[in-house]
Design a protein around this ligand. Structure first.
Ligand code: ADP
Ligand code: MG
Ligand code: MG
Length: 248
């Protein structure tokens, strides 16, 4: 059982305050959707939790199982069980997917997985995501299509088995088939009940496949409404207009 607690989080980029007091608790086995219009601060929340140097925490606390996450280096956060899939994953030229993933597993576990065991897990993960075996030898994220990037993220999830997974716009740029495969991956993953998922998305589409337990609506750096899966359905019908009007 793990818990990510975010208390009154304020985050600035430069001298501009973007997050203006966010409170959120995510427990293992729960799926939370963060929804909201473009520019409302959803990615900022992900980057701040990840420890991106551009995002300054001006006040508030983030705890993972009671430990102060904001005190940890990016590596320490990963070892503590936090996983972040970014909206724009970086290319890692010269490092194959297979080596990238093995290094990631090594970093998180604190020791290298046995090669045969790793190769078996990798193959199982790739098969489940309908990824061609040639993918493992390609350079990480280099020339990946939108669908390949997202499958790669889910592959990381399956291999790293984090306590808390933050997925930023995992659904963007996916065609219907890829969306289904990625959603099935997330569902397989959360069935274990060991992981809490924070699914950040602008669109309601993925929430037809991955049913959230809780939905939080972001507007102008704050959570302005909370509910269950039915709130996503309401947003699908009505959009964000009511919230963006209220914010101005
Ligand atoms: P969302 O993910 O909801 O679309 P973001 O968190 O990306 O929103 O952005 C929220 C606001 O913060 C926007 O006004 C955006 O321009 C600003 N912002 C985010 N990141 C940066 C950055 N690295 N540099 C400057 N402004 C930023
Ligand atoms: Mg955006
Ligand atoms: Mg974003």
């Amino acid at each position: 059982m793990s818990t990510l607690e975010i208390h009154d989080l304020h985050v600035s980029v430069g001298d501009k305050e973007i997050l203006k007091g966010v409170d959120l608790v995510v427990r293992s086995g729960e799926t939370h959707a963060i929804m909201g219009p473009n520019g409302s601060g959803k990615s900022t929340l992900a980057y701040a939790i990840a420890g991106h140097p551009k995002y300054t925490i001006t006040s508030g606390r983030v705890l993972l199982d009671g430990e102060d996450l904001l005190d940890m280096t990016v590596d320490e956060r990963a070892r503590a069980g936090l996983f972040l899939a970014m909206q724009y994953p970086v290319e890692v030229p010269g490092v194959s997917v297979s080596n990238f993933l093995r290094s990631a597993v090594t970093a998180v576990r604190g020791e290298a997985p046995k090669l045969r065991e790793f190769a078996k897990d990798l193959k199982k993960g790739m098969d489940a995501l309908a990824i061609d075996s040639s993918f493992a030898t390609r350079n990480t994220n280099e020339g990946f299509s939108g669908g390949e990037k997202k499958r790669h993220e889910i592959l990381q999830l399956e291999l790293l088995k984090p306590k808390i997974a933050v997925l930023d716009e995992t659904d963007s740029g996916l065609d219907v088939d890829a969306l289904r495969v990625v959603s099935e991956g997330i569902n397989r993953f959360r069935e274990s009940g060991d992981t809490g998922v924070l699914l950040i998305t602008h669109y309601t589409r993925i929430l037809r496949y991955v049913k959230p337990d809780f939905v939080h609506v972001f507007s102008a750096g704050r959570i302005v409404e909370e509910g269950g899966a039915e709130l996503a359905e309401k947003l699908e019908d009505e959009g964000y207009e009511a919230y963006t009007k209220a914010a101005h």
